[in-house]
Design a binder for this molecule. Structure first.
Ligand SMILES: Nc1ncnc2c1ncn2[C@@H]1O[C@H](COP(=O)(O)OP(=O)(O)OP(=O)(O)O)[C@@H](O)[C@H]1O
Ligand SMILES: [Mg+2]
Length: 252
């Protein structure tokens, strides 16, 4: 048996009196896509920010590849191969794909100058592997489409050996064709053995991509189910009613 890429066990955090995440456990296997679902305020982003090192849990444990992981900052998380793509993408609009890929991790020549050639070549390589139709390598990302911008953000995450990718609502702002393109990217990463948490409040965004769906409500885990065992309506029921269809337990 391969060890899970990630195991989050009994994770809790509170802000003032609010238990934003309350005793939540969730794992992720290599090459697996797990949809993380729930209404606004369910605790999805907070849980994922704990994994990506932006917040620290008040209790609970995180394991990566079967070993306890000490994640106190986003830098720590990256060391464990955990990369996060936020909804805002955080791209620098006025520079091109290569500039964004290496932002803050620029390659230098032995003479201490920026190695533009090597950065451009590596960018071509990673874009070729991800999205062979991507040709706008020297265009400022401002003038790229939403799907192309998403490709650049994904390229940046995986180029530095991410094994665990967290995507917060990656298709929320995209049209149908671009959404299909991002879905293809996700399938490609999955085939490479990367594990992906796909956050959304809409089951339609994740149903066809996710191997399992984890549904949160009011900071608690309603249930983690195999997607193909349930219909979209069943999972929608979990999101709305907070009821686990297998155990019958209800989160209010
Ligand atoms: N930094 C913070 N300080 C105080 N409360 C917070 C903070 N971050 C989140 N919360 C609270 O924690 C709860 C969970 O919020 P979270 O952002 O994780 O929800 P979400 O499931 O990502 O929702 P959405 O779909 O709206 O993004 C909410 O009640 C929110 O108000
Ligand atoms: Mg959120």
């Amino acid at each position: 048996m391969t060890a899970p890429l990630v195991e989050m066990r009994d994770i809790s955090i509170q802000f003032g009196g609010v238990r934003a995440v309350d005793g939540v456990s969730l794992d992720l296997m290599p090459g697996e896509v797990v949809g993380l679902l729930g209404h606004n305020g369910a605790g999805k982003s907070t849980l994922i920010k704990i994994l990506s090192g932006a917040y620290q849990a008040s209790s609970g444990e995180i394991r990566v590849n079967g070993e306890p992981a000490d994640i106190r900052s986003t830098r720590d998380a990256k060391k464990y191969g955990i990369e996060t793509i936020y909804q805002t993408l955080a791209l620098a609009d006025n520079i091109d794909a290569a500039g964004n890929l290496f932002l803050g991790r620029e390659l230098m020549t032995p003479w201490g100058t920026l190695d533009e050639e090597r950065m451009a070549a590596e960018t071509r390589g990673v874009m070729q592997r991800l999205n062979p139709n991507f040709r706008n390598l020297t265009t400022p990302v401002r003038s790229l489409s939403g799907g192309q911008r998403q490709s650049v953000a994904i390229a940046r995450a995986i180029h530095f050996n991410a094994r665990i990718l967290i995507m917060d609502e990656p298709t929320a702002a995209l049209g149908p064709a671009e959404t299909r393109m991002v879905a293809d990217l996700i399938r490609q990463l999955k085939a490479e053995g990367i594990g992906i948490f796909l956050i959304s409040h809409d089951i339609h965004d994740v149903y066809d991509l996710a191997d399992r769906c984890a549904v949160m409500k009011n900071g608690k885990m309603v249930g983690v189910v195999r997607t193909k065992d349930l219909s979209k309506d069943d999972i929608l029921g979990m999101i709305i009613m907070g009821k686990n269809p297998v155990t019958g337990a209800v989160v209010y």
